[in-house]
Design a protein around this ligand. Structure first.
Ligand SMILES: [Zn+2]
Ligand SMILES: [Zn+2]
Length: 229
C-alpha cells in the first residue's frame, strides 16, 4: 500500500494543477445566476462577467471555454442547476402546477393545464377518490381542463356537483375502479380529487383498459356524478 506522501514528486509535476476538480468546485460554490433564454441557451451572470451557455452544444462564450476549450465552470453550473431542478432543461419551459400553484418544468410543447411531479399521475398509479374513499387506478391523463372535457353524458367534468370542490382549471384524469370487473368502465376526475396512495405499487396496465381509439375518449368515459357505492 502506497502512502500518498510517498508518491514520487515527478508524477505531480507531470500533471497539470487539479484543474477539473477546481472547476467543479468553483462551478458549485461561486456566486452565479443562471437564467434560461428562449432559444434553449442560458445566461450565466458572475462577478467576472456575463456569458451565454449552450448545454446541448457544450459551448460557453467565456475565454476559458473559447481559448482553452475546456468544460468551464459556467457550463458545469448550468448542468448542475438543471439536474437540481433550479432551471428548466433546454427542452423544457416553466409552468405552474394546476393543483398547488408551484412552479414546475414541462416539455416545451406541453399544452393545457400542467401538474408538478407531486401532483402528476402516471397510468397504473393507485389512488383514492377523495369524495367516496374508493380505490381507483389511473389509466390516462387527458391534459385538458375539467371545464373543457365532457363525459359520455355530455356534461363537463367541472359541472358535476361532486367535482365542485376541485379546480375547473385542473387537468382531467381518467381512472377505473379497482373493484370493477373487467372490462372496467373509465371515469373522469379533476386531478386533485384523486389522492395518491403512498407506497402503493404502480399496477401493470395489461389488464386495464388501454387508450381509447382516437376521438372517442370523451364518449367512453363517464364521471360518477354521485357518490354511489
Ligand atoms: Zn464558461
Ligand atoms: Zn403541484
Amino acid at each position: 500500500m502506497t502512502h500518498p506522501a510517498h508518491t514520487p514528486a515527478s508524477q505531480h509535476q507531470r500533471l497539470p494543477p487539479d484543474a477539473a476538480t477546481g472547476r467543479a468546485l468553483r462551478a458549485r460554490t461561486e456566486p452565479m445566476t443562471v437564467r434560461p433564454l428562449r432559444d434553449r441557451r442560458y445566461v450565466v451572470e458572475t462577478d467576472g462577467g456575463t456569458y451565454v451557455v449552450d448545454v446541448e452544444r457544450r459551448t460557453c462564450t467565456c475565454p476559458d471555454h473559447a481559448i482553452r476549450g475546456v468544460r468551464c465552470k459556467h457550463l458545469r453550473r448550468v448542468a448542475i442547476e438543471i439536474t437540481e431542478g433550479c432551471v428548466p432543461a433546454p427542452h423544457e419551459r416553466p409552468a405552474v402546477c394546476a393543483v398547488c400553484g408551484r412552479e414546475t418544468f414541462v416539455p416545451l410543447d406541453a399544452a393545457g393545464p400542467q401538474l408538478c411531479d407531486r401532483h402528476a399521475f402516471i397510468p397504473g398509479d393507485v389512488v383514492t377518490d377523495r369524495e367516496t374513499g374508493s380505490t381507483l387506478v389511473v389509466v390516462a391523463t387527458t391534459g385538458r381542463r375539467a371545464d373543457a372535457v365532457e363525459t359520455r353524458e355530455g356534461r363537463l367534468v367541472a359541472d358535476y356537483e361532486t367535482n365542485r370542490r376541485y379546480g375547473r382549471h385542473e387537468p382531467v384524469v381518467d381512472a377505473v375502479y379497482l373493484d370493477d370487473r373487467p372490462p372496467r368502465r373509465r371515469y373522469r376526475f379533476p386531478a386533485s380529487r384523486l389522492r395518491p396512495i403512498p407506497g402503493a405499487p404502480r399496477l401493470p396496465m395489461a389488464d386495464l383498459p388501454g387508450e381509447d381509439s382516437a376521438g372517442t375518449g370523451t364518449d367512453t368515459a363517464l364521471a360518477r356524478s354521485e357518490s354511489v357505492a
